[in-house]
Design a protein around this ligand. Structure first.
Ligand code: ZN
Length: 265
């Protein structure tokens, strides 16, 4: 699933390529992608893209007071082409080409919402502070961790705690911070909280730069995360201490860590 860095680069590229473009037509081939639509999606015809904003893993397309809110889910992808592809669920015909919303798997987890005010959508209201917001501070983290006994790995992925981080980047953030993914949130020391705050910003910013180098101004951004240090690097040597990177299977995914650098608790 795309996380903050992929979504941020997508937003920047949408901004570069589509700001000012006018919507001439809309077409829907797989209606399941439209999750909530008020007004009707034909209201988009004649509108122009004013701006693009990211909130956590969501992008808001601002079109003259009408907002399209998009989440890529597990396999959603955007593309700017001349003709739709077979896996296109929805497209907007603009004066710069077709902006197509595709889904690369049959799981159908991508979603589009049309609204006059994104802040009224319940899942947007529930989002915690964005991981790159200046309000995501050590004090904020400390207050919010006070009563939480779950593993810090799971807290970081909780979009109500902080929005934008998922099961890939949480591994590298905790590695960078030298904190065990299994440490209960409330037991983090002040020093660890400072370190977690710094590492969150540094890991996400480095990832944004790496993705921009990989994809240029393309909209077709996939989850190519070879630049991460521990994520999916099971049995490889830790570049800091040389110990072997471990993993622990949890639910339907894995948590990666270096036991020497991060401890095992
Ligand atoms: Zn290590």
């Amino acid at each position: 699933m795309p996380e903050l860095p992929e979504v941020e680069v997508l937003k920047r590229n949408l901004k570069k390529r589509l700001t000012g473009a006018r919507i001439e037509d809309v077409s829907i081939t797989k209606p399941h992608i439209l999750k909530s639509v008020k007004p009707h999606f034909t209201a988009l015809i004649g509108k122009s893209f004013k701006d693009f904003e990211r909130r956590g893993k969501y992008i808001f397309f601002d079109m003259d007071g009408l907002f399209l809110v998009y989440h890529g889910g597990l396999s959603g992808i955007l593309d700017l082409r001349d003709v739709p592809t077979r896996d296109t669920s929805f497209y907007l015909k603009t004066d710069r080409g077709l902006l197509i919303f595709r889904e690369l798997s049959t799981k159908k987890t991508a979603g589009i919402h049309l609204t006059e005010n994104p802040e009224t959508l319940p899942f947007i209201r529930k989002l915690g502070i964005d991981a790159l917001s200046v309000d995501f501070s050590p004090d904020y983290i400390k207050n919010r961790l006070r009563r939480r006994r779950e593993w810090i790995f799971n807290i970081l992925r909780d979009q109500g705690f902080v929005s934008g981080i998922g099961r890939a980047y949480a591994n590298d953030i905790l590695f960078e911070a030298k904190i065990s993914p299994f440490k209960p949130g409330k037991r983090l020391t002040d020093g660890e909280i400072e370190s977690l705050h710094y590492s969150t910003r540094i890991v996400l910013k480095r990832a944004i730069e790496a993705i921009e180098r990989l994809y240029g101004d393309s909209l077709e951004i996939k989850e190519k995360r070879d630049f991460l240090i521990v994520y999916r690097k099971k049995d490889q040597p830790c570049p800091v201490c040389g110990d072997t990177i471990q993993w622990k299977s949890y639910r339907d995914y894995a948590i990666y860590y270096c036991p020497s650098c991060q401890g095992v608790e």
